[in-house]
Design a binder for this molecule. Structure first.
Ligand code: FES
Ligand code: FES
Length: 157
């Protein structure tokens, strides 16, 4: 049976009516039209659907709506303040750290959480922070370079 859920998504209060077991990923993409978060494996193993939930990186495909009630979600669309790019997004463009790009939203979400928690990560910190994000195109080296470049940039966003 459908129930109402209220949560904050990218700074905006939203209310959706859905079944308790509907995934947060489904709601983000299909109810809230936030298509940046991707469906990959559907079972919490690839990272394509990662979002921040109360500041923690979680698989939105594996997060039922009953557990998201009242919580704060940040998707890749909410990483940058305003309309500009987040410094991570700029560094990813500069380093060409994407091939097909399917995995990149989840990687940016993980990397954003890393920089929030650790503004000066070293290479090993980045590798560990992204270990749950799979990339079938093999751009991991460029991704690590881009995250380190973003970390060393002056801006805070
Ligand atoms: S689609 Fe959610 S972790 Fe793969
Ligand atoms: S860039 Fe294609 S899966 Fe990562």
């Amino acid at each position: 049976m459908k129930q109402a859920y209220e949560l904050t998504v990218n700074g905006r209060s939203v209310r959706v009516e859905t079944d308790p077991d509907t995934s947060l990923l489904h709601v983000l993409r299909n109810e809230l039209d936030l298509k940046g978060t991707r469906f990959g494996c559907g079972v919490g193993l690839c990272g394509a659907c990662f979002v921040q939930l109360d500041g923690n990186v979680v698989a939105s495909c594996d997060t039922p709506m009953w557990s998201a009630e009242g919580r704060t979600v940040v998707t890749v669309e909410g990483l940058a303040p305003g309309d500009g790019l987040h410094r991570l997004q700029r560094a990813f463009v500069e380093e060409q750290a994407a091939q097909c790009g399917y995995c990149i939203s989840g990687i940016l979400v993980s990397a954003g959480a890393l920089l929030d928690a650790n503004p000066e990560p070293d290479e090993q910190d980045v590798i560990e922070a992204l270990e749950r994000n799979l990339c079938r195109c093999g751009v991991q080296r460029r991704v690590v370079r881009a995250v380190l470049k973003a970390a060393s940039s002056e801006e805070t966003a």
